[in-house]
Design a protein around this ligand. Structure first.
Ligand SMILES: Nc1ncnc2c1ncn2[C@@H]1O[C@H](COP(=O)(O)OP(=O)(O)O)[C@@H](O)[C@H]1O
Ligand SMILES: O=C(O)C1=C[C@@H](OP(=O)(O)O)[C@@H](O)[C@H](O)C1
Ligand SMILES: [Mg+2]
Length: 172
């Protein structure tokens, strides 16, 4: 059984889908952000505010490599920026993983993030207008990295259960 790696922009559902896919498959799930918070003993917000984003990206890369090197079978929910730094996107092509890009439209992402931004330091201080413009440009810049995933699943208008089913079809 290969490790299953879920990636995509903030708000596309990586953490939620990883948890629900784990319930169905009984494969343990790991959320990369949670692993980083435990290792640093700081929240993502605190890491950004105390040490800055470059420090966070270093921790994120180290933890991502560590999780990929473990012998355990896991479902790993990445952070939205994980594929976009330290050549992490090249790891998405590894033979011993199944990487799935949860692709969402700007509107889907905005509608989910507008009520969930306080724990996301990149957008926490933005107003609604700024957020919409930021997401559009940021998603465009990042799509090169996300498109290195082996598989792509559209999540627009799909329930959690439907997205889990879409991923189960890939794993079958
Ligand atoms: N399929 C879905 N339909 C509706 N809302 C969803 C769906 N998947 C996730 N969400 C919601 O979107 C928000 C972001 O989900 P989350 O799993 O934290 O995304 P990510 O880890 O990719 O940032 C949460 O409020 C979550 O409940
Ligand atoms: O897009 C990003 O750069 C980030 C996404 C976040 O994870 P989620 O995608 O789970 O929100 C978290 O890693 C951090 O706030 C940075
Ligand atoms: Mg998440």
């Amino acid at each position: 059984m290969k490790k299953i790696v879920l990636l995509g922009y903030m708000g596309c559902g990586k953490s939620t889908i990883a948890q629900n896919l784990s319930k169905i498959t009984n494969i343990p799930f790991l959320d990369l952000d949670t692993c980083i918070e435990k290792r640093a003993n700081l929240s993502i917000n605190e890491i950004f505010s105390k040490h800055g984003e470059v420090y966070f990206r270093k921790l994120e890369h180290e933890m991502f490599v560590e999780l990929l090197q473990s012998s355990e079978n896991n479902i790993i929910g990445l952070g939205g920026g994980t594929p976009c730094y330290a050549n992490n996107h090249l790891l998405l092509q590894n033979d011993d993983i199944v990487s799935v890009y949860l692709k969402a439209s700007i509107d889907t992402l905005y509608n989910r993030l507008v009520y969930n931004k306080s724990k996301r330091p990149l957008i926490a201080e933005m107003n609604e207008e700024e957020m919409k413009e930021f997401i559009a440009k940021h998603l465009f810049d990042r799509s090169f990295y996300y498109n290195h995933a082996q598989h792509k699943v559209s999540v627009d208008g799909r329930s959690v259960e439907e997205t889990v089913d879409d991923i189960l079809k890939i794993l079958a």
